[in-house]
Every structure is written in C-alpha cells, then in structure tokens.
Design a protein around this ligand. Structure first.
Ligand code: CTP
Length: 389
C-alpha cells in the first residue's frame, strides 16, 4: 500500500517543477499492478524529469521494496532505503539512489517516515530524525492508526493530500510574507436558541480559509479563528474553533495585539436570541417569536483599538448598493480595506469556489474579475502588503 499510495501524490500535483522530495520508508510496501508501475513511471518522469536510465534505478529501488514485502515478515529485516537513511543518518554515502539523490540535491528535503510504531518511537530513530532536521530537512509526523503489521499507533503514511500540501507549501508561492503575523476569521457563527436549535447563515468558510492558506503558504504565521464551517481548515495555520459571535469576539480580541494584519472574512451574526433556554422549547398552538439582541461588532472594536501599523481588512457582503454600503463600513469601522462582494452576482458569495470582489481602500477601488477564491486571496494579500503606488 505504501509505495502505491505515495505515488498518488505526484498524480495530484499540478504541472509545476518539483523541488521537493518525499522519501517513504515503510517495509510493508504492498505489491503493485503493472498498471500502477506504468502510472508510477509517468509520475516519476513528470515529477523528477529523469531520463530513462536513472528512472530505471528508481523503479528497481521500488521493486526491491515490493519484494521485501513478499518474502519478509511484517517487521521486515530488509531495510528500505529511507529506513536506512534515517537509521544511519550518517554516513549518507550509502550508494542508494535515494540517499545519493539527497546528497546531490540542494533543494529542500522532506521526510515522511512510515513504519512500525515501536521502530518509529525507538530513540535511535528519533535521534536520527533530529539529525536530519538539523541538516534542514523537514520531518512529517506519521499518521496514527492501525498499521499493516497489526500494531496500532504512530507510523502510518499520511494521506497523499497531506504529503502534497507539504510539497505545495514549499514550492507554490514565494515566501514574501515571512515574518508577518496574520489573524484571519472565517465561517459563520451559531447563536443558540435552546440546546437543539440555533440561528446561523450560509457561510461555508471557503473565502477565509483560502486567505489563511495562501498567507501561510507565502510564509506568514497565521492564526485562523473559525466558526463551524463545512470546509476542512487549511494545514499549517493555528486553528481556533469557536461557535458564537461572543466566542469569536473573545478569541479575536485576545489575539489581535501583535498581528500585522487582521482579515475578517467571517460572517458574524449581528443578532442573537436574548434568552437561551436550557431545555428544548416545546411547540404550542399558534405563532411564536424570539426576542433578539445585538452581538458585539468585532471589526468595529478592532478599528477602535487598532495598533500602530496594524492593517485591518473587513469583508462586506451586500445584495444592493454594494460600493456605497461597503465604503460606509470602511469609514464607520476605521478599516484600511474592505473586500466587497454582491451575493447576487454569478460566481460570487457563499459556497462557491470563485468570487467576484472589489477591493476598496481609502485611496482606490480595484474591481477583480471572477476568479478562484485562492487567487482572490493572493490579490488581497498583495494589496495589503505590497500596494502598488
Ligand atoms: N463583523 C464583525 N462583527 C459583527 C458583524 C460583522 O466583525 N458582529 C464583520 C464581518 O466579519 C465583516 C464585516 O464586519 O468583515 C462586515 O460584515 P457585514 O455583515 O457585511 O456588515 P455589517 O457591519 O454586519 O452590516 P450589515 O449586516 O448591516 O450589512
């Protein structure tokens, strides 16, 4: 499973040149079908741009791993190349394709150890991983769970998408936001009516998550305060989960002081039920109404307590008079920028993968075409940190 799974990673990748290498060190490689070998050959070609002869050595290496599974016990006595690489840490001159490639490449190296739990937790392995880190290599923690050898614990190969994200974080963007601290909010809030029901909105968190992800992949230290969104939060960001507007207020205001930029993409409820029943509200004949009270406006509070040099960016979702209403929010909440979108425009709004926004600052308005939310995030971050004169 290990080897075949790891080759889903290049298949998931865009056609970018790859400057990262993932090593894989499971002894339980699983057997590969001829189709999988062909796929692997194609993936390797596009991944490393190797010529046929060198590729052959790579294929030989993977064949050896497969054979070790066929003939060896689960805790194989046959050490795979990455296992040897980690077990020995030094010397690197093992004459194996992987270790010699690691020696020869000046690019960033990422190691994804996968093996039996006790082997992984062994101090020798741990010490050697630390040595690898000392040489600037990044070690991906293995996943936890049921291992092929029957043990349960740390040692599983992470999902291919996890490995892919480690690579993309390395190569997808320039690290032009390194050293910046950014706070992003995303998703809806939920305002409880009783233990069963709540008031919320249609926000899925996609826009805020895209901003958090792109900022992190560009090197920033990102804190993401998120309401209960449908999307999975991006990797490599510090995630703080909240439910209500009040919880979001607490989380954001306690973390805002040292941030270079705060980007509030969350769709915070403006009202909450004044009284929250501790028991389920039973129905009665006739209508009922719920008395609502205002929540705190988090962005307004941030505008009133803005730190020297801090950049405050809000979002504004409108269905009419978008520019005029958004400009009013920019003024009223003391913002540096507001990202306005009209829910009624095709390709904008809740749940879509694209957005159509206008970036409004005190100086100018920039209307962006319809584009993927991650691209919107790039433009937005450029406008904050690298505004064109
Ligand atoms: N916002 C906030 N706290 C609230 C309400 C909104 O921080 N209690 C923030 C949102 O995260 C967003 C911005 O304010 O960045 C604008 O939100 P929006 O709902 O468009 O505007 P409102 O100010 O709530 O005004 P209205 O609902 O009347 O349009």
């Amino acid at each position: 499973i290990g080897v075949t799974t790891v080759f889903f990673v290049p298949r998931l990748m865009p056609n970018d040149p790859v400057e990262a290498m993932i090593g894989q060190m499971t002894s339980n490689a699983g057997s590969m079908s001829p189709e999988a070998v062909v796929q692997m050959r194609e993936s390797m070609n596009s991944l490393f741009g190797l010529d046929g002869s060198v590729l052959h050595q790579y294929l030989d290496f993977f064949k050896r791993v497969v054979i070790s599974h066929d003939f060896g016990p689960s805790l194989s006595s046959y050490p795979t190349p990455v296992m040897q690489m980690i077990a020995r840490a030094l010397p690197w001159t093992l004459g194996l394709m992987l270790t010699t490639t690691v020696l020869a490449c000046t690019c960033k190296k990422i190691i994804s150890p996968a093996m039996n739990t006790r082997m992984f937790e062994n101090p020798i392995t741990q010490d050697n991983l630390k040595i690898c880190e000392g040489y600037g290599m990044e070690v991906i923690s293995p996943a936890n769970g049921y291992l092929a050898c029957g043990d349960v614990g740390a040692g599983k190969m992470p999902e291919p998408d996890v490995l892919l994200q480690y690579i993309l974080k390395e190569i997808q963007y320039k690290k032009d936001l390194a050293g910046k601290k950014i706070l992003v909010t995303a998703g809806p809030t939920r305002e409880a009516i009783d233990p069963v029901r709540y008031i919320t909105n249609h926000s899925t968190g996609k826009m805020g998550y895209a901003v958090a992800k792109v900022a992190a992949y560009r090197g920033a230290e990102v804190t993401l305060v998120t309401g209960p969104a449908e999307e999975k939060p991006p990797m490599f960001v510090h995630v703080v989960k909240v439910e209500s507007a009040r919880e979001m207020f607490e989380a954001v205001t306690s973390k805002s002081d040292d941030k270079d930029a705060i980007i509030k993409a969350a769709a915070v409820a403006d009202y909450r039920p004044k009284f929250v029943s501790t028991e389920k509200t039973k129905k009665a004949d006739g209508d009922m109404s719920i008395e609502l009270e205002r929540t705190d406006d988090i962005l307004k509070w941030l505008g009133e307590h803005k730190k020297e040099g801090q950049f405050l960016c809000g979002f504004s979702m409108e269905t009419q008079n978008m520019l005029e209403n958004s400009r009013k929010k920019l003024e009223k909440k003391n913002l540096d920028m507001i990202v306005a979108n009209n829910l009624k425009v095709a390709g904008a709004g809740f749940g879509t993968d694209t957005n159509v926004v206008t970036l409004i600052t005190k100086e100018r308005e920039t209307q962006l075409e319809k584009m993927p939310k991650e691209e919107v995030a790039e433009h937005l971050l450029d406008e904050i940190f690298f505004p064109q004169a």
